[in-house]
Design a binder for this molecule. Sequence first.
Ligand SMILES: [Zn+2]
Length: 98
Amino acid sequence: MKIKVSEHIEVGSQKFKIQYTPNLKVDQDWRGSANQRTGLIEIDPCCGAGKNAVLMHELLHPIVWEYQLSISEEDIMRLANGLIALFNIEFDWSDIKG
Ligand SMILES: [Zn+2]
């Protein structure tokens, strides 16, 4: 399933901008980041096909915050991988900028 990623997303009351941040992995050892305070979801463009699971993971964070889920970082990762596998998701990144 191909899903187009919008540069701006909303989950309930929360708004986020999605952008590429080069060298995130090198500088902070993360391939992605979601920040509730800044409203920024950052993805390191380095990571090839793995970017899909990274983005899914970061998109789940606003859902966790908005709906006050009690779920560990590891379970967010597992859920992201499971959703990618279940729906065979491939994101269309053409709207995402650096
Ligand atoms: Zn996370």
